[in-house]
Design a protein around this ligand. Structure first.
Ligand SMILES: [Zn+2]
Length: 216
């Protein structure tokens, strides 16, 4: 079967995402880019009951090339991000609690933690609300994502991206941790945001540090 390795990476990532409670039920979706193809999770299937053979191969316009099921309903969002960001090879869409609280409030996360800045970028923005599974949500998500590695989707959840699946999944965990820290620190007081110069320096350091991070 073509794209054996990529199919396995996507199926494993779906299981990890579910087991780490970054989503519930069959919500959320995962993909990787392989050359001019995207390998993505099927729509409405349990992450615990699907394997590499159930993953769907599409082109970057979203046309199905190979697959026994329908691709994820957020396929357009994955393709839009791959088309706009050449540095991105993995996309993970999740529905975790704390990022979702911020999504309901329409609040992004300012640069409050060093790991957040190094992995996710300058800030995490919230995309404009629109119904899921549409071309519009795909455009809104990609626009609000910009050059960062995470974006919160208004009244919905979030999307994290990375150069490979390991980084995209770690970005999901760092995003949810940052959202939790921001939520509680706002309850207790007035969170201090990192100075702009230091944010730029941390992002510069991250390029060297994360460049050494190889996928296993
Ligand atoms: Zn969703």
């Amino acid at each position: 079967m073509a794209f054996d390795n990529e199919r396995r990476i996507v199926a494993d990532a779906g299981r990890r995402m579910f087991e780490r409670k970054l989503t519930v039920g069959t919500w959320g979706n995962v993909s990787v880019r392989a050359r001019d193809r995207c390998i993505i999770t099927p729509s409405g299937k349990s992450y615990l009951e699907t394997g590499p053979e159930d993953m769907i191969v599409v082109d970057l316009e979203g046309n199905v090339i190979e697959g026994r099921w329908r691709p994820s309903t957020e396929l357009a969002m994955h393709c839009e991000i791959y088309r706009r960001r050449e540095d991105v090879n993995a996309v993970v869409h999740i529905h975790p609690t704390y990022s979702s609280i911020l999504s309901v409030l329409g609040e992004g996360i300012p640069p409050i933690m060093e790991d957040m800045v190094m992995l996710l970028g300058e800030e995490v923005r919230v995309s404009e609300y629109t119904l899921p599974g549409t071309e519009e949500i795909a455009r809104n998500a990609a626009e609000a994502l910009g050059k960062n590695n995470a974006v919160i989707l208004a009244n919905h959840g979030s999307v994290c991206v990375g150069e490979d699946m390991d980084r995209a999944l770690t970005a999901c965990e760092v995003l949810e941790k940052s959202a939790q820290i921001y939520f509680y620190s706002r309850l207790l007081g007035d969170p201090k945001v990192l100075p702009r110069d230091d944010v730029m320096e941390l992002m510069r350091k991250a390029r060297g540090y994360l460049g050494q991070w190889k996928q296993e």
